[in-house]
Design a protein around this ligand. Structure first.
Ligand SMILES: Cc1ncc(COP(=O)(O)O)c(C=O)c1O
Length: 484
């Protein structure tokens, strides 16, 4: 038995709670006793400096072995909750950490992820593709080796980078060396790493207006200044950007399928943007988030492909082509930038998680990735058509719904003369997810309408929710007309 000083017997029993939520049921008795003692001390049920009972007495009170009591006391002493004086016993420490009152505890506010009808970013994976993915993951786990036991390349697995380079060449017309590719945990992560490599605090970044709010948040969060540049039917208005911030250091764009409007940046505009980047010594950050979901014909070559990866940094993601929970995206960067981008990555979070990389490479190399895309593209097209048709019909044509030829969402607009509040009232009354179109604008004059996701949703539920949204839209329009 270890020699822990104890106090003389005869004191009243300790007010110990051995069953509350502060105790890990099933843990060793010494650990449970330690947790209960801590709780009692921190709650102020015994005061600083008061003696604790001898170990034998506490063992009797709790029914635990004396050894467990001694271990719990030793831990209390080691953690500073108690102190021992040889010959006198064990006492509650003179100073113990204060505990704030429950009432004053701040409420934790975290936006809950949205998954209901029209929520953006939802996906579906074909059952056969999932089956193959399971097989690949299992095989990779069985072959678990050294690559997972060491720190890795900041760019991630060479094998997956080779597979991505092949995909980019065949699907996006972008020829690049696997050495120029870096795996990330998604587009926003790629954006953050790349910006930290090429920008300085307070640098200006052109951003499409309307645009992708999450990217704007990342840009602001990293300490750069987003400069809103309006979008027209050709994409970002480069001349407006030149006028507003000629010496911006970067432009963040979605040229293949402008988010949210769906415009494809015209070739003259692409060339104008590249000219500006060359003149200004700036870089274009191309977010190519949904080009694999093209419903009519082949997608246009990526901007990075046109530029041959000189002033454009390309960002892609498996969040749509496979599923968001994978958290794997990638960027392809000009050769001369890779050193600094890799250094920025190493400084941020060292290197990507290695476990899933092999299985994703297997998906790409085996053809399972392409087969999955083919099958889900068909599903998404059906969902798109169901949503567009229902919305047009059920809103009596009051919502204009251009059918996008690409992507996983559509934009439905009221006439520009309609108050913005009509859309927000209708959305709220319908309990719909998705976004208000107005929420994607920064400075440009917002249009009344909705941004509605159709991927990854069951068509019957989507149709029901669409009918409800259309009905509430008509009701909100009528209510506004009555007030006038
Ligand atoms: C415009 C845009 N870019 C990128 C992404 C993907 O982001 P991530 O790869 O970080 O999940 C999305 C997802 O909804 C998007 O809408």
């Amino acid at each position: 038995m270890r020699n822990i000083p104890t106090n003389s017997p005869g004191k009243a029993e300790l007010p110990l709670d051995l069953t509350g939520p502060h105790v890990t049921q099933g843990a060793a008795s010494a650990h449970r006793l330690y947790q209960a003692l801590c709780e009692m001390i921190v709650a102020g049920l015994v005061k600083p400096g008061e003696p604790l009972p001898p170990s034998r007495a506490l063992a009797r009170q709790t029914g635990f072995r004396r050894n467990a009591v001694v271990t719990a006391y030793e831990r209390l002493i080691a953690d500073g909750f108690a102190q021992a004086t040889v010959g006198s016993g064990t006492f509650v420490a003179d100073r113990i950490p204060a505990r704030g009152s429950e009432a004053r505890k701040p409420k934790v506010e975290v936006d809950a992820p949205r998954q209901g009808a029209f929520a953006l970013g939802c996906t579906h994976i074909d059952e056969r593709a999932l089956q193959r993915f399971r097989g690949f993951v299992g095989r990779r786990m069985r072959a678990f080796g050294d690559q997972h036991l060491h720190y890795g390349d900041p760019r991630g697995s060479h094998e997956l980078r080779v597979a991505i380079a092949d995909h980019l060449l065949s699907a996006r017309g972008l020829r690049c060396d696997p050495e120029q590719i870096m795996l990330t945990s998604g587009t926003l992560h790629a954006l953050r790493i790349v910006m930290s490599a090429i920008l300085r605090p307070n640098d200006q970044v052109w951003c499409e207006d309307p645009g992708y709010p999450a990217a704007l948040k990342t840009i602001a969060h990293c300490g750069y200044r987003a400069v809103s540049v309006p979008v027209d039917e050709h994409g970002l208005r480069v001349a407006k950007g030149r006028a507003a911030a000629p010496s911006a250091r970067a432009a963040y764009v979605t040229p293949s399928h402008q988010f949210p409007l769906g415009v494809q940046m015209s070739m003259p505009r692409r060339l104008e943007l590249l000219d500006w980047a060359r003149d200004a010594g700036a870089f274009v950050l191309e977010d190519d988030y949904d080009s694999e979901f093209r419903y009519d014909g082949a997608p246009l070559m990526s901007l990075a492909g046109i530029d041959r990866l000189r002033r454009v940094i390309y960002m892609g993601t498996f969040a749509k082509t496979l599923f968001p929970g994978l958290r794997i995206g990638y960027c392809a960067v000009p050769e001369q930038l890779m050193g600094q981008v890799a250094a920025a990555r190493a400084a941020l979070d060292r290197f990507p998680a290695t476990l899933m990389e092999g299985a994703v490479a297997d998906m790409l190399n085996s053809g399972a990735f392409a087969q999955n895309l083919k099958r889900v593209r068909k599903l998404y097209r059906e969902a798109r058509d169901a949503l567009a048709t229902t919305l047009k019909e059920a809103s009596d044509g009051r919502l204009s719904v251009p059918v996008p030829s690409q992507g996983l969402h559509l934009v439905a607009r009221f006439d520009p003369s309609v108050e913005l509040a009509v859309a927000s009232r209708a959305k709220q009354a319908a309990g719909a997810e998705g976004w208000l179109l107005a929420d994607t604008y920064s400075r440009a004059r917002p249009l009344p309408g909705f941004v509605l996701g159709f991927s990854g949703h069951q068509i019957p539920q989507l149709v029901t929710a669409t009918e409800r949204l259309a009905k509430e839209s008509l009701a909100a329009l009528r209510a506004t007309a009555r007030r006038r």
